[in-house]
Design a protein around this ligand. Structure first.
Ligand SMILES: NC(=O)c1ccc[n+]([C@@H]2O[C@H](COP(=O)([O-])OP(=O)(O)OC[C@H]3O[C@@H](n4cnc5c(N)ncnc54)[C@H](O)[C@@H]3O)[C@@H](O)[C@H]2O)c1
Length: 416
């Protein structure tokens, strides 16, 4: 735990699924242990905020904790939208607090930039932006002002990734040669808001979720991706919109290794996991091959309940993950968050604290150190993810043509 001089206020912009599941409970705990002071949440309208206020699990886990809601729940009609209120909330913060951006992907760039212009440290859910140029602009602006920007790639805090990283970098696996990864989200996502934004012209399953395993291979090996091809299978959502709901990508790395990445929206609702995911990496040494295998869906727990909820993904037999995010008893009042989902947010809030409370020269020096450590995802050390998304989009819209990523002074993408 780092030493802090004073707790920071935090404004979460976006009150949806990820705020409810991971961000707000993590921030409540950080408030409990003294890293944070006031918490506010701003959404487009009151219904998501009402859900957060009324969430019984959150109330029981964090007695006495609450947030200021913008717009005010109970005062404003449910159907009234406040698209610009988030700017008032950000502008109203004291200097150098934290803005936590949890908005739909296409809104990240504008809001992160606005927060930096208003002198705030920023934590943003992935992807930071939709293009490399935008991520670079953010990196430069933040560095100029001595502000922390971190992207929430929570799998970086999965201990199995940390274990593989140390062993790989010590030479214990040899060199990565070929691998495959998959992350298949549940079928019921088709019925959610995804059908309005994750449509073929805007995004696809590789862009949405493929980044996690590409980021992991980089975290473990330090290798950069240099070529991407993505084939997408289109299907209709219940509302008739068409999306690339299954994707099959091939990513080539700078040492010639390859990774196949399968993504989709079709893990059975009746299945025992929250989704299906995992990574295989085959490596070579002098005389034998090496292997890294992470079963990220079945993490060794089997539960069979005698009751079942009404949600589409609820099932009697379950294989719950103790590793991502859970609230459990650890003594004291309420519940304590555990798992890499919590550790990631704790690490990012600590990142803002590490930078804060120094003069501008020292703040810039600390930002450079955090970039170089490569544990927290910053625009300087993770913008290859934006290049991969750009390359993936160009490829999928051209029937899987190979797209090359060029690094150097002016990183860019083009057909191979
Ligand atoms: N594995 C991961 O890292 C992971 C997982 C889930 C989501 N995410 C990312 O988190 C982000 C949010 O996802 P979600 O599933 O919570 O989405 P969601 O649709 O459930 O929530 C979006 C929220 O944004 C709010 N919003 C929209 N316009 C706004 C405005 N003008 N001002 C204030 N609030 C506004 C909405 O009210 C809503 O509360 C996305 O970028 C997504 O890619 C990342």
């Amino acid at each position: 735990m780092i030493k802090i001089s004073k707790p920071l206020d935090v404004a979460i912009i976006g009150g949806g699924m990820i705020t409810e599941m991971q961000i707000l409970p993590s921030l409540y705990h950080l408030q409990r242990i003294g890293l944070l002071n006031e918490i506010s949440v701003c959404a487009l309208n009151t219904p998501p905020l009402k859900r957060l206020v009324e969430n019984v699990s959150l109330k029981n886990a964090f007695p006495g904790h609450s947030f200021t809601s913008y717009p005010e729940v109970d005062k404003e009609p449910e159907d009234k939208n406040f698209p610009d209120l988030n700017e008032e909330v950000i502008a109203g913060l004291k200097p150098r607090q934290i803005v936590f951006v949890a908005l739909p992907d296409q809104m990240h760039y504008h809001t992160v930039k606005f927060a930096l212009e208003h002198n705030q440290h920023v934590i943003c859910v992935k992807p930071l932006t939709l293009s490399y140029d935008e991520a670079k602009e953010i990196e430069k602006l933040a560095f100029k002002k001595g502000l922390f920007v971190g992207t929430e790639y929570h799998k970086r805090f999965d201990d199995r990734v940390g274990m593989a990283r140390i062993k790989y970098r010590n030479g214990d696996f040899g060199e990565f040669r070929a691998g495959y990864a998959s992350l298949i989200e549940p079928w019921y996502y088709r019925d959610s808001n995804f059908q309005n934004w994750c449509t073929a012209g805007n995004s696809d399953m590789f862009s949405y979720i493929g980044c996690h395993y590409i980021d992991q291979v980089y975290m473990i090996t330090g290798l950069l991706p240099v070529r991407v091809s993505v084939y997408g299978t289109k299907e209709k959502y219940p509302n008739g919109n068409e999306g690339f709901l299954w994707t099959n990508a091939r990513v080539i790395w700078e040492n010639g290794a390859s990774l196949a990445v399968i993504n989709g929206m079709g893990y059975p609702n009746v299945g025992p996991g929250g989704n299906s995911q995992g990574l295989w990496m085959f490596t070579r040494g002098e005389k034998d091959g090496g292997l890294i295998f992470h079963d990220d869906q079945y993490r060794g727990v089997k539960h069979s309940y005698i009751t079942k909820g009404e949600h589409a993904g609820d099932s009697y037999y379950n294989e719950p993950s103790p590793d991502y995010f859970k609230l459990i008893e650890r003594g004291g009042s309420g519940l304590t968050p555990i798992g890499y989902g919590y550790r990631s947010i704790e690490g990012l809030v600590q990142g803002a604290h590490r930078v804060e409370d120094n003069d501008i020269i020292k703040r810039r020096e600390i930002i450079k150190n955090i970039d170089a450590e490569g544990i927290l995802a910053t625009p300087a050390n993770s913008s290859f993810n934006e290049l991969v998304v750009e390359a993936g989009r160009l490829s999928i819209l051209n029937d899987g043509r190979d797209v090359e990523i060029e690094y150097g002074d002016n990183p860019n993408i083009h057909f191979y």
